[in-house]
Design a protein around this ligand. Structure first.
Ligand code: PMP
Length: 427
């Protein structure tokens, strides 16, 4: 049997760091990453045949569990028709109609192939629409690896200590203004000074790339107000939160409505898909209707649309998100009780189907400074102990955890039992 460690060694020969996305490498965790062979429901199975209860869910898309038969069936049904035509297909219209129905602020939508493409295109559109260059983002938010947005970013960029990446021209980065998440006063002050130069604010309405940080009351409302006052575009990056925090995304959950929304992950059912959409007046600036260019050889790919539509349709089942949030609550409460009993300083934060664990004595974590002040070494040891017990958490203290509807009470119980052992090791 080939082990994960052997496969990792082989991978490192021709793949930088052995991985095609950095956070998969388990860097800093003092163990090689696990190579997975297959996945089913709430479980991942590694190449050595070991089973893990999975709270990563391919970083978000697998909200009904892995290898969902309805999603796979929809893909199988289309497969023999061919993989891609490079022409319009009726299934793209079905996807667009579905997205616009589920997220009413989206009046028109363009499909792309990743979350990165969605945010990159939304930013270009906001700049083209307003005729302004400056954009506002928040420290520790991650919007993909597009140049303008890889300034003080979260996720793998933060995990690997490169929140502001080399390779981005200073002349471009200088148009990106980075403020502290959940700091409404800083946003007001910034707009008071240079509001007329700001094309857009882009924000994760729940931050999921510096662990899980919900917005404090009034924060999103302030963003909406200053954008209205200064003619700037408000972009919600719902690549992670879309269809997860609530059926209609974080915007439905918190009742603050953006001009543009970026989607990814769940919208493709596990296929490489993203989307951006919003107010008709703005979206009409996109080519071929308008002057802002954006395109994609494989955009709206029929297999990807089939997977996404099948998944989105399942989420509309009444009560789906309430049940998902209930599972998250059970897990977080159970973990909190066990951490407290073991005397480990830990808190949990959550929003709908996503959650985070912070190893800290703080009573809450609202921003980047507080998130990065948590104990990284305790996280590393906890992660490793949980992995040994068959629970696969995100391999970074700066990533959110994801629940799926395939996580049964016994899976959550197994997780809690594992945590009891892990906390005992830490204490
Ligand atoms: N925006 C957010 C909020 C994300 O979490 C991510 C990826 N985790 C992205 C954008 C980028 O998406 P992708 O990795 O599909 O390019």
């Amino acid at each position: 049997m080939t082990t994960s460690a052997q496969l990792f060694e082989q991978a490192c020969r021709h793949i930088p760091g052995g991985v095609n996305s950095p956070v998969r490498a388990f860097k800093g965790l003092h163990r090689p990453p696990l190579f997975m062979e297959r996945a089913q429901g709430a479980y991942l199975y590694d190449v050595e045949g070991k089973r893990y209860v999975d709270y990563v869910g391919s970083w978000g898309p697998m909200i009904t569990g892995h290898a969902d038969p309805d999603v796979l069936g929809a893909v199988r049904e289309r497969l023999d028709n061919g993989l891609s035509f490079g022409t319009p297909t009726a299934i793209e219209t079905r996807m667009a109609d579905l997205i616009c129905e589920m997220i009413p602020t989206i009046e028109m939508v363009r499909m792309v192939n990743s979350g990165t493409e969605a945010t990159m295109s939304a930013i270009r559109l906001a700049r083209g629409y307003t005729g302004r260059d400056k954009i506002v983002k928040f420290e520790g938010n991650y919007h993909g690896h597009t140049d303008s947005l890889l300034v003080k970013a979260g996720s793998g960029a933060l995990t690997h200590g490169e929140p502001s990446s080399p390779g981005i021209p200073a002349s471009l980065a200088e148009h990106t203004i980075t403020l502290s998440y959940n700091d409404a006063d800083a946003v007001e002050a910034c707009f008071e000074e240079i509001g007329s130069e700001i094309a857009c604010i882009i924000v994760e309405p729940v931050a999921g790339n510096m662990n899980c940080i919900p917005p404090v009351p009034g924060f999103l409302e302030t963003l909406r107000r200053v954008c209205n006052e200064h003619g700037s575009v408000l972009i919600f990056d719902e690549v992670m939160t879309g269809f997860r925090v609530a059926l209609g995304g974080a915007q439905a959950h918190y009742g603050v409505l953006p001009d543009l929304t970026c989607l990814g992950k769940i919208v493709g059912g596990g296929m490489p898909v993203g989307a951006f959409g919003g107010r008709r007046e703005i979206m009409e600036y996109i080519s071929p209707l308008g002057p802002v260019y954006q395109a994609g050889t494989l955009s709206g790919n029929p297999l990807a649309m089939a997977a996404g539509i099948a998944l989105l349709t399942k989420l509309r089942e009444p009560g789906f998100h309430d049940a998902l949030a209930q599972r998250v609550e059970t897990l977080c409460q159970g973990l909190q009780e066990r951490a407290d009993a073991a005397g480990v300083a830990m808190i949990t934060q959550r929003a709908g189907g996503m959650f985070g664990l912070f190893f800290t004595g703080q009573s809450r974590v609202d921003n980047f400074a507080q998130a990065t002040a948590c104990d990284a070494d305790v996280f590393r040891r906890f992660f490793s102990a949980m992995l040994d017990e068959g629970v696969y958490l995100a391999p970074s203290a700066f990533e959110a955890g994801f629940m799926s509807s395939a996580h049964m009470p016994e899976d959550i119980q197994k997780t809690l039992d594992a945590s009891e052992k892990a906390f005992a090791v830490l204490a």
